[in-house]
Design a protein around this ligand. Sequence first.
Ligand SMILES: *Cc1c(COP(=O)(O)O)cnc(C)c1O
Length: 458
Amino acid sequence: MVLPFTEPFKIKMVESINKSTKEEREQWIRDASFNLFKLKSEQVFIDFLTDSGTGAMSDRQWSAMMLGDESYAGATSYYNLKKAINEITGFSYFLPVHQGRAAENVLFSVLIKEGDIVPGNSHFDTTKGHIEFRKARAVDCTADIAFDSTSFHPFKGNVDLDKLENVLRNNPKEKISFIIVTITNNTVGGQPVSMENLKGVRRLADKYGILFFIDSARFAENAWFIRTREEGYADKMIKEIVREMFSYADGITMSSKKDAIVNMGGFIGFKDEELYQKASVYNIIYEGFITYGGMAGRDMNALAQGLYEGIDPEYLRSRISQVSYLGTRMKDYGIPVLEPFGGHAIFIDARKFLPQIPLEEYPAQVLAVELFIEGGIRGAEIGTLMADRDPKTRENRFPSREFVRLAVPRRVYTNNHMDYVAAAVKNVFDRKASIRKGFRIKKEAPILRHFTVELERL
Ligand SMILES: *Cc1c(COP(=O)(O)O)cnc(C)c1O
């Protein structure tokens, strides 16, 4: 008999989670104005709000923390991190920052001017926020296949190179800050971008003389998909694939809270020394001196170790299989989920799940709230609420996707937890006809409204 695949780790420390009753949860979510971000984490049983900063660190990361050097300048922890970043990403220059959006803030301060455009593939919400905050515009060049939630394509996160070339051809060079490609493409469902596609973007960047950056939060998961789905990569090491992906870019922004398995941290990688020098000024203003930039020495040490653990192929296999296990359970129950399954999360198609709720009443939010009431599960709305309003017209933007994202933290939950979640989703699915009304917004912020929005039931 072939031995089954298992997690390549055992558990050294456990944390209790709290069960509650449906009645308690109904009250709590009402008190939170139906915004899952406003719940206390102790009210949540299975927390699938995000995979960002929620992973479990290893014994090696914890021991690296004890060796953290807290010197203001030139700490050994900085050099440990520098070595890991050089080896893994290939970038010679880097700036530590406290998290991914801080990397965006620092880099974009150098490169984006008012009136610019920034083409890319479904820019992440903070990326778009940092672009629009500078009165520039994010132009989405995602391949159309991404918006078909059931057809199989191995690289649904890809950029449509024709769309991108149109943007580059039809705009003056000085108006285009840079191209940004997100791997994996979080917003369309944690879908990977192929090596072929990254090469294609590089070719266009060279042809039009534009900088090309990678938003690389889930670079290791992307590399895993390249290895398992793209021709010519099956025998390559994850390490080699990662180096090749990054070799096509002029730099990267990295939220280390995802694939580098730390609770806080990030960095910017640069090919070019001059750009690194310019960004250093903003790093000092916004983050901290260039050898710690918003991170404690111990955190840089844990990050250096986490970068190596995040590209371990045995770890990546267990990670991707756990997410796909959850997706398969739900699919077997007939629940409309995005396929192929993403790397970090399963996405439920709320329009198919609750066709009776119009987009104006935020069906994905309705479903996310029902999952919380049913099983104490906290997911996230990736749809109309998150899409914000058009900055000019102030009308709701209706994105072509209306999903509930169940993001699985790294090395935290077991497959029994996955079974529990799938069963709770099925229970809501069985009673979906009784859900007749959605929400109305009571209060919202002008940008990134989903974090703080207050809703009421219609
Ligand atoms: C999380 C994330 C960011 C922002 O990083 P934070 O660490 O949350 O600030 C940017 N881009 C992508 C694709 C992300 O997933």
